[in-house]
Design a protein around this ligand. Structure first.
Ligand code: ADE
Length: 234
């Protein structure tokens, strides 16, 4: 999978792609990430990427020309259409289902917006979908793009260790995770639940299902509404 990230802060990505699942995916050549400096697609001496909003108001708006040129150059280089995603608080909410869907694509071009705004013609005529990582406003789309890359990288076949298929269907899909424990069995007097030490795999499975269900009921009852699985819908 080829992922392109268009940003005005290319240096921000310097080390962050060299760790964990993203590093694994890149090392195994299952995912390539190219960081594209939006300023490389400006045509003036000052490398201007933004301008004042028509109609007045605070802040600056990202200009359309450099963004169109950047995406068009990526399309040309790849020799095929790109799936173009704009990271913005106005987008559809990112969730596991959307991560699964994006992970099946051959390429993804992520445009990092700025919080003041991006010229609407980018959304209307260049972008396939707008995505938000949550109901809060970041100063830009860079961290949101990293969230998307991380979530997608672990879904690419071959990235996660063999046998641990992350796309695998199970009872617990769409629920919060059950609690995990490791050694020691007694830490400062706090015991690991007896059942996990029992070796009874069927009983352990039932315990985990119960825990996942109870935790979800308590913290995220919205996930349990029929046909309203917020975690899995996109
Ligand atoms: N840019 C600013 N805030 C954002 C958010 N919540 N999600 C995606 N991109 C953003």
């Amino acid at each position: 999978m080829q992922i392109n990230i268009i940003t005005i802060f290319p240096d921000l990505f310097d080390r962050v792609l060299d760790f964990g699942m993203i590093q694994q995916a890149r090392k195994k050549d299952l995912m390539q990430v190219e960081i594209v400096d939006l300023r490389d697609f400006t045509e003036d001496k000052r490398r201007t990427v933004d301008d004042r909003p028509y109609g007045g108001g605070d802040g600056m708006v990202l200009k359309p020309e450099p963004i169109f040129l950047a995406v068009e150059s990526l399309k040309e280089k790849a020799g095929e259409p790109q799936h173009v995603v704009l990271l913005t608080p106005q987008g559809k909410l990112f969730n596991q289902s959307l991560a699964n869907r994006l992970s099946l694509r051959k390429n993804l071009t992520l445009i990092c917006g700025r919080y003041e705004g991006v010229d609407q013609r980018v959304t209307d005529h260049l972008v396939d979908e707008e995505v938000s990582i949550g109901d809060f406003v970041l100063s830009g789309g860079e961290y949101a793009a990293l969230v998307v890359v991380d979530a997608v990288s672990r879904l690419i076949p071959g990235v996660v260790a063999k046998g641990a298929s992350v796309l695998q269907e199970s009872f617990m899909d769409g629920l919060l995770d059950y609690p995990h424990y490791t050694r020691p069995p007694d830490f400062r007097g706090w015991q690991v639940p007896e059942v996990l030490l029992s070796g009874d795999h069927a009983e352990i499975e039932r315990w985990r299902e119960r825990q996942a269900l109870e935790l979800t009921r308590e913290r995220r009852p919205d996930l349990l509404k029929p046909g309203k699985n917020a975690k899995d819908r996109d």
